[in-house]
Design a protein around this ligand. Structure first.
Ligand code: CS2
Length: 489
């Protein structure tokens, strides 16, 4: 007999080990509109929110918007918005069905439905997980990239906005006009000072959009900073099969590690769920937590991704199983990254990296290095290049970061040491791969070409002869030999 597909109707019949929403979904009203209904949001914020719905805070259901593809809506709509979180560890999978997402909307398909949700006075939080690149940030100025083709097009105001800043400002403008009341824009992407940075981008866009009223459009909106953390690899078909072992079908479950952390600056314009009662930490200053996570976790992830991908390895756990790489990672933390992280209230950094090491080793998670390697141009600056500059200013040569930069340059040649080729997924893929191909296997030329990319490299770092020398030296070794020999040296 075919297994039943997840839906409100099937919920009551799920076998006992499957945890399900402990509340009546019919009583829940939407108070949050979330942009970017990907796996991360569904395994993170939606789970914290699901706990609060179960505790009786019924005004905080989520309407999820997908900015590009209709895949998520197509998977979730027939399931009444329900989906499974498979919490995965060496002991096996724990399945929990999340009921917090009340509706999934694909913005390009039904833009006015999306806008109506954003502008509804009952919407008091607009949260986002749209990836770093979607904010159209100019890394050099820390504000809006005004030359971004999407921004230029949106500012012409002759069609529905396509960019995140464009969509946010259009929503805030309509809220302002209709006196919908203040709201909070809750940014949950791995950007430095994420709330503050996006506030700057949105304010700038609003001023360009309407020089006279731009400031008042954004006026009473709050942009708290957050630190979000949970490892959530992209869902695969074998994850769908894993759900079937529990006796039902789910078109798009999400897989996550047991660990989850959320630190939120407690500055909201119009209320919020008591997420602290679901395990989040509400603080006055997120910055130390964010620096710790962006550098120690994401910086380490990107290093493993480029080193491992160049060596032809597949997952984070595979990379951690290589003793030379595990050793490299500890040196990266101790020599190059931890000395750039100020003390974090209530946290012991060496215990934190010890825990990270265990999380990365989780053998049940198949977190692909190529997934983490995506969008390097958007990730490297805050994860590794700013720490490199900090370290140089402290009078030390960050040689492990230099090796990562060399591996990233080598990675752009689109062929690993074993001769397998792959594609580069990055908003700057075209210029970066053209520069890399032009230089080929000449280490000096490759480094010179890529250090010149202003969107990625601060001139202070690109111009540091010591750092460049290290990168070139590592590149020569990676090109002439391989990762193993380079690490051993
Ligand atoms: C990863 C992150 O893909 C990546 O760039 O480093 O998605 C990472 O898994 C999360 O930030 C963990 O919280």
């Amino acid at each position: 007999m075919a297994l039943p597909r997840l839906s409100d109707w099937v919920l009551a019949k799920l076998p006992p080990p499957v945890l399900r929403p402990a509340y009546d979904r019919g009583e829940v009203r939407a108070g949050i509109v979330h942009l970017g209904l990907g796996a991360f949001h569904r395994a993170h914020q939606a789970v914290y929110t699901d706990d609060r719905l179960a505790a009786g805070e019924q005004d905080w259901g989520i309407i999820g918007l997908s900015l590009r593809s209709g895949d998520v809506r197509e998977a979730l709509a027939p399931q009444d918005g329900l989906y499974t979180v498979l919490e995965r560890s060496a002991e096996g999978d724990r399945a929990r069905v999340i009921g917090a997402v009340l509706e999934a909307v694909t913005v390009p398909e039904t833009p006015e439905r999306a806008m109506a949700a954003l502008v509804d006075p009952r919407t008091r939080i607009i949260s986002l997980t749209v990836t770093e690149k979607a904010y159209c940030l100019d890394a050099a100025t820390g504000s809006l990239d005004e030359t971004h083709p999407g921004i230029v097009a949106d500012l012409r105001r002759d069609s529905f906005p396509n960019t995140v800043p464009g969509l946010l400002v259009e929503a805030l403008r309509r809220r302002h006009e209709s006196a919908a009341g203040p709201c909070t824009v809750l940014v949950c992407d791995n950007l430095p000072s994420n709330g503050e940075t996006v506030a700057r981008i949105v304010a700038r866009y609003a001023r360009l959009y309407d020089p006279q009223h731009g400031d008042s459009i954004v006026g009473d909106t709050a942009f708290p900073c957050t630190m979000v953390d949970r490892i959530v690899p992209a869902t695969t078909d074998s994850d769908r099969t894993a759900v079937e072992c529990f006796g039902y079908r789910d078109a798009w479950p999400v897989v996550a590690e047991p660990f989850s952390q959320w630190v939120i600056e407690d500055r909201f314009a119009a209320g919020r769920p008591r997420w602290e009662d679901a395990g989040a930490a509400m603080v006055t200053d997120v910055r130390p937590f964010e620096l710790m996570k962006l550098r120690a976790l994401n910086g380490a992830h990107s290093s493993l991704a480029y080193l491992g991908a160049v060596a032809g390895l597949e997952t984070v756990a595979d990379a951690m199983a290589e003793p030379l790489l595990a050793r490299f990672l500890r040196d990266l933390w101790n020599e190059d990254l931890l000395p750039t992280i100020p003390s974090v209230p209530g946290m012991d950094l060496s215990a934190y990296t010890g825990q990270l090491e265990n999380r990365f080793r989780n053998p049940a998670m198949r977190h692909r290095l190529q997934q983490i390697a995506m969008d390097g141009s958007q990730k490297l600056p805050q994860r590794l290049l700013l720490p490199a500059l900090d370290r140089l200013r402290q009078g030390h040569k960050p040689s492990r970061i230099a090796l990562t930069v060399a591996a990233w340059m080598r990675f752009l040649l689109r062929r690993d040491e074993r001769g397998n080729s792959y594609e580069i997924s990055d908003p700057l893929a075209a210029p970066l791969t053209a520069l890399a191909a032009g230089a080929g296997e000449n280490a000096e030329a490759l480094a010179a070409a890529l250090f010149g990319v202003r969107e990625i490299f601060d001139p202070a770092l690109a111009g540091d002869a010591g750092f460049r020398g290290l990168v070139v030296q590592h590149l020569i070794s990676l090109l002439a030999h391989d990762l193993r020999r380079t690490l051993a040296a």
